[in-house]
Design a binder for this molecule. Structure first.
Ligand code: B12
Length: 235
């Protein structure tokens, strides 16, 4: 069995819906915490877990307890998968570092270890939509992402073209008007180019104060994207 087939079977058997490999030589300029995080690792295994469609559908005006529950379980799933993938890679003689599904390392600047959307885009899992979210052709943005850094010489994927076109559904739906509706061919130079970040973050942290939500989440732009809705009507 070749390395790609092994990886796809392993990660899918663990419960992920999509998996790809990013060539980190193409990740130059990407901010990381700590700064040298990617240095020992030429590759990242990036995987996606699809959120139950019915839970996403409840987010008409903001997050609901049902969505918050799925958010929490998805994070546990992602962490479990990443841990198992890292151990499987180690058993094959490689170095592998699983990254946490959702950890804010700098609360002021709102950054984690590295952008999983950027890694997923480099791996070819989807494109960066106007909402800043990673949009997959299969499930739209209705996925949560995980990543394992590794020195395994896995064949890497390639970015796919952006397919948002003139759609502004996410911007139209945003409850605080934070999404500017600006398109990009590859990726935004900064988050501000696409989103008024302080508005988005204030809304998410505001929702966290509501009963049974407790985390800075929203879900409205996730729900609004037609790429995710297409899939729900087909299944
Ligand atoms: C901090 C954070 C937040 C903050 C700040 C959000 C923001 N817009 O930055 C808050 C709390 C507000 C938040 C909100 C949300 N979040 Co959040 N969040 C994160 C977290 C923990 C870190 C993100 C980070 O460090 N960003 C750093 C900046 C610089 O990167 P960026 O936003 O990806 O954008 C830049 C790069 O991607 C770059 N880029 C892309 N490709 C390339 C390639 C190269 C070479 C370079 C140089 C750059 C580059 O272009 C962008 C501009 O510079 C990640 C987990 C993770 N570690 O990725 C989850 C994550 C991004 N969040 C996620 C989600 C789903 C949400 C919410 C929908 C909440 C919810 N669950 O309901 C909202 C959506 C807000 C929005 N529309 O942006 C998911 C996204 C899944 C997806 N399909 O894309 C993630 C990946 C968590 C996960 N494990 O799945 N989040």
């Amino acid at each position: 069995m070749d390395e790609t087939t092994w990886l796809e079977e392993t990660v899918r058997d663990l419960g992920a819906d999509r998996v790809g490999v990013a060539d980190l030589a193409a990740a130059g300029g990407l901010e990381t915490q700590p700064r040298d995080l990617l240095e020992p690792y030429p590759r990242a295994v990036v995987y996606a877990v699809r959120l139950p469609g019915a839970a996403v559908e409840t987010c008409r005006h903001g997050p609901t307890p049902e969505y918050a529950h799925c958010y929490r379980v998805a994070n546990e799933e992602l962490d479990r998968i990443g841990f198992a993938v890292a151990r499987a890679l180690e058993r094959r003689g490689h170095r592998a570092l699983p990254l946490p599904a959702s950890q804010l390392l700098d609360r002021e600047r709102l950054v984690g270890h590295v952008s999983y959307k950027a890694l997923a885009r480099l791996a070819g899992l989807g494109w960066q939509g106007k909402s800043l979210l990673l949009v997959t052709p299969e499930f739209g943005p209705r996925v949560r992402l995980g990543a394992v850094l590794t020195d395994a010489p896995l064949p890497a994927g390639r970015p796919v073209p952006n397919r948002c076109g003139s759609c502004t559904a996410c911007a139209d739906a945003c409850p605080v008007g934070a999404i500017r509706g600006v398109g990009t061919e590859a990726h935004y130079r900064s988050r501000e180019e696409a989103v008024e970040l302080s508005r988005c973050a204030e809304a998410c942290f505001g929702f966290a104060g509501r009963p049974h939500i407790e985390k800075p989440i929203c879900g409205v732009c996730v729900r609004a994207c037609p790429w995710g809705q297409k899939r729900e009507t087909r299944s």
